[in-house]
Write a protein that binds this ligand. Structure first.
Ligand code: SF4
Length: 85
């Protein structure tokens, strides 16, 4: 396999990873949808691992990161605030 094939395969894997992550964010109750950039992880809300949402901190809840997740999801070193991905 040439380096170019290897690189393309690597890119495709990353695209698959990004799409999978974006789908999870699209279904997340604290995601705000934007027409231009897709979902934003709402930093005004808190969420726990059961997808329960709160407007203030409580045990087990984590604050949304405020990221445009399209960009965050493309970086394989980044993670969802509540480890959904
Ligand atoms: S990063 Fe996690 S908490 Fe934020 S919108 Fe995506 S799935 Fe929800």
């Amino acid at each position: 396999m040439s380096w170019k094939q290897t690189l393309n395969e690597y890119k495709n894997q990353d695209n698959d990873l990004m799409e999978m992550r974006l789908q999870i964010c699209n279904d997340c109750p604290i995601a705000i949808q934007t027409a231009e950039y897709g979902p934003i992880c709402d930093s005004r809300q808190y969420i726990n691992e059961n997808d329960e949402v709160s407007h203030k901190w409580a045990p087990g809840f984590k604050k949304g990161c405020g990221c445009y997740v399209k960009f965050k999801a493309a970086n394989k070193d980044k993670h969802c605030v509540i480890d959904k991905w």
